[in-house]
Ligand binder design. Structure first.
Ligand SMILES: [Zn+2]
Ligand SMILES: [Zn+2]
Length: 59
């Protein structure tokens, strides 16, 4: 137990969950796309991935 009351494993688990949540938020919500937001032209809301027809990138 550390001072926060978590075991080291539990703390790692929580850290992993946060990282995964962050990654999820960066993935396009378009079912046909699911590329990362950095694959999109932010202002045009268009996906940069070749052959991907996504044009409705949502944050
Ligand atoms: Zn895409
Ligand atoms: Zn997309």
């Amino acid at each position: 137990m550390d001072k926060k009351g978590y075991t080291k494993d539990k703390a790692n688990e929580i850290a992993q969950a946060v990282v995964q949540k962050e990654a999820q938020r960066r993935i396009c919500k378009n079912e046909n796309c699911k590329h990362f937001s950095h694959d999109h032209i932010r202002n045009a809301e268009t996906c940069l991935v070749e052959s991907c027809e996504c044009n409705e990138f949502t944050k």
